[in-house]
Write a protein that binds this ligand. Structure first.
Ligand code: PLP
Length: 491
């Protein structure tokens, strides 16, 4: 077991577990079981979590204990719950299910499923060539012990040079190579946080960051993003007043909203953070994926300077990686920080995984040599796909409101009603896997929103929107049982 959830906590997560009007609902116990399964499927309720005693949950939801008993029985029958007398009941993964790339889980093989739960592109063609060339580079390293906790110097130099090219002078000693950006965030959390430490994140935000911070037992507070992004004044005030230990922000093409932080706020944040005693963890995963198009003279629309460019007190730890512009399978990321902090991070990582694989780092160096062509191609492709997705949504789901993302790989749709989780459950039955809005927040809110990646080929995006439109229609019209049945949920 990984922990336990109290009745009041589960009730909060369940939110509007009825979602449908009374006349069309299935029996309460089925609706409750389906909603718990939905929480499990979309990652908001962890596997191995002990559920509250029946009486606690009944009290928290204001329903009868018999209903909770029947719902738990239903969950046991479908393989989502195990119980032992005296030990309670804990969540389980049913046979034939697997955990997927997004951290969500579903059936093993379903070739027809369109997976919109994960925003990650496939590898560029140049990767094979880069890997071949890297093998030739390998012998120079084979005579040494093989552990470089800060990363190989060649790769640190290449990453530092990329910051310099963006106008941020950086020495290789300011870089530690990690196994992806997620690992970077984990190391930063291990170094900076203690259990109960206050942390500020955007809402919505990247669920993997919430998972890493929860793993560090941080106390998470949120800064809500609006239709135009950050409310700069409010964010600055919040930092001053709440003085979090760490603030985690995604200023470039924020995941999931796609917003780009304006220069003015970038300028302010490091100094405010310093006076509040806050370290800023700036996630630049999407910084290379501007979809803003060229200016009239054909040149690229300029990007604002990195937040770290305004840092005078070593308060900014910038994390980034190759997953979004290149390929997640590389598992290469990094942290840019003051050199002494890099040394401390490397010391922490020795207790975690020692060092990153040498060959993979050499592949990364070779791949970065193709960088400009790969990134230009990717940006052009993602711009086309974004526009196809926007057009399909305008055509099939015109009541949804969408802000056109200026970059990144996802858009954040505002639905016509707070039905995101119910929609995700219904869409699963029609062969589309979605990550519902509440997955990107901390407290079961964001039911009015849905994140949609545009990384899949155009035809699949159009097909997915058709199926989502059908699922949305079903939510208003179909008999309840089909929405709440086990099959519709995850099979
Ligand atoms: C904002 C953000 N940070 C970090 C990650 C994790 O990336 P990596 O594959 O480099 O670990 C993701 C992946 O989706 C992301 O969106």
């Amino acid at each position: 077991m990984t922990g336990m959830v109290r009745g009041s906590q589960l009730a909060r997560l369940l939110g509007q577990w009825h979602a449908l009007p009374a006349r069309r609902r299935s029996p309460d116990y089925l609706a409750l079981a389906a909603s718990v399964r939905g929480l499990l499927t979309d990652g908001r309720l962890a596997l191995g979590m002990r559920l509250p005693a029946e009486r606690d949950l009944a009290e928290a939801l204001g329903i009868s204990r018999t209903t909770v008993s029947a719902a738990y029985r239903e969950l046991r029958d479908s393989g989502h719950l195990s119980s032992r007398r005296g030990s309670g009941s804990w969540t389980t993964l049913p046979d034939g299910m697997r955990v997927g790339a997004s951290g969500l889980w579903g059936p093993h093989d379903d070739p027809d499923l369109i997976d919109l739960s994960c925003a990650a592109p496939p590898a560029p063609a140049e990767l094979t060539e880069a890997a071949r060339a890297a093998v030739d580079d390998l012998p120079a390293y084979l005579g040494k012990v093989g552990y470089w906790p800060c990363g190989l110097d060649v790769l640190r130099e290449a990453v530092a040079a990329r910051y310099a090219a963006r106008g941020l002078p950086t020495r290789p000693e300011q870089i530690v190579i990690t196994n992806g950006t997620q690992h970077a965030l984990d190391l930063v959390s291990r170094l900076l946080l203690h259990p109960g430490a206050p942390v500020l994140v955007e809402s919505p935000t990247y669920p993997g960051a919430l998972a890493a911070l929860a793993g560090a037992r941080a106390r998470i507070a949120t800064h809500g993003l609006g239709r135009t992004g950050w409310d700069g004044e409010l964010l600055v005030d919040t930092l001053r007043q709440t003085r979090p230990r760490l603030a985690y922000l995604i200023p470039e093409f924020q995941n999931p909203t796609g917003h780009l932080m304006p220069v003015r706020l970038r300028e302010q944040l490091p100094a405010v953070a310093h006076s509040a005693g806050t370290d800023l963890v700036i996630d630049e995963s999407f910084v290379e994926l501007s979809l803003m198009g060229p200016l009239a003279d054909g040149s690229d629309t300029p990007m604002p300077p990195p937040v770290a460019a305004f840092d005078k007190h070593s308060r900014v730890l910038t994390i980034g990686g190759l997953s979004k512009p290149y390929w997640g399978g590389m598992r290469i990321g990094w942290i840019r920080a003051a050199a002494p902090i890099v040394q401390r991070l490397a010391a922490v990582r020795v207790g975690v995984d020692m060092a990153s694989p040498v060959l993979d780092q050499l592949v990364a160096v070779r791949l970065l040599a193709y960088g400009p062509e790969i990134v230009a191609r990717r940006r052009a492709e993602m711009t086309r796909r974004r526009d196809v997705l926007l057009a399909a949504l305008a055509d099939r789901l015109p009541e949804w409101r969408v802000v056109v993302p200026q970059g990144g790989l996802t858009l954040w749709a505002e639905l016509d009603a707070p039905v995101s989780s119910a929609l995700a459950r219904a869409a699963e039955g029609l062969g589309v896997r979605l990550a519902p809005g509440p997955r990107f927040g901390v407290d079961g809110t964001l039911e009015r929103f849905l994140r949609l990646p545009f990384t899949l080929p155009e035809a699949q995006l159009i097909d997915a929107v058709d199926r989502m439109a059908a699922a949305r229609f079903d939510l208003d019209t179909a008999p309840a049982r089909s929405l709440y049945s086990e099959q519709a949920l995850i099979a």
